[in-house]
Design a protein around this ligand. Structure first.
Ligand code: ADP
Ligand code: MG
Ligand code: MG
Length: 195
């Protein structure tokens, strides 16, 4: 099985564009309102880089774009995730193993840098269930479901990391923007790999 990396990133960019306003609104509740801009800018720049260099490995390109060019707390963290997935896809025997290894290593890097644990109301809450579902060999559609369930569950918790930790109860009822935004990556993967 092959999975068109470039198509996954292009699908993610489209999904983020559709979700842009909603992600902005979520980050207005819990932070400074720039998460939708940060994610969309990173993905739009990625698509431009892929158009300019179609031969480059797409996920690794996305990782570099987010690490080097995207602001906010989320830019470098998503950069770590995508860079780890890009590395794993280059080395793994097949794409499924590459995604599983890459998400595991990318999440580990995010936690080393950001020190968030599951339940702190961050993107870790979407990534940890996705990592586990990938390790179990679940279909990508079920990996995406696990990521969205993790993101949705953040609506019930106060934040212990990031800006949202300053606003206490105000975030209750709304899911974490970063968790919601990274869940869209797995939805995009499922759309491309299991149409
Ligand atoms: P900023 O708060 O700097 O404006 P963004 O709006 O780009 O950053 O990203 C906010 C998202 O970053 C949050 O919704 C959360 O998912 C994620 N985040 C914040 N702090 C951490 C952390 N320590 N570890 C993992 N993710 C984090
Ligand atoms: Mg923000
Ligand atoms: Mg900001």
């Amino acid at each position: 099985m092959t999975i068109d990396q470039s198509q996954v990133l292009r699908t993610y960019a489209e999904a983020a564009r559709v979700a842009h306003e909603a992600l902005t609104a979520l980050d207005q509740i819990s932070g400074d309102g720039d998460f939708g801009d940060n994610l969309c800018e990173g993905l739009d720049r990625t698509v431009a880089a892929l158009d300019a260099s179609p031969e480059e490995p797409a996920v690794a390109v996305a990782g570099s774009v987010f690490l080097d060019q995207v602001g906010g707390t989320s830019g470098p963290l998503i950069g770590l995730l995508l860079s780890a997935i890009g590395r794993a896809l280059a080395e793994a025997p097949d794409p499924r193993a590459g995604w599983a290894t890459g998400v595991r290593e990318g999440l580990a890097a995010i936690q080393r840098v950001g020190e968030a644990e599951p339940g702190d109301r961050t993107m870790v809450d979407a990534l940890a269930p996705a990592r586990d579902a990938l390790a179990e060999g679940e279909k990508f559609a079920d990996v995406a479901r696990a990521a969205f369930a993790g993101a949705a569950a953040t609506a019930g918790i106060r934040a212990r990391r990031g800006r949202a930790s300053y606003v206490g109860d105000r975030v209750l009822g709304a899911p974490d923007p970063g968790a919601t935004g990274v869940a869209l990556l797995f939805w995009s993967l499922a759309r491309v790999a299991e149409p």
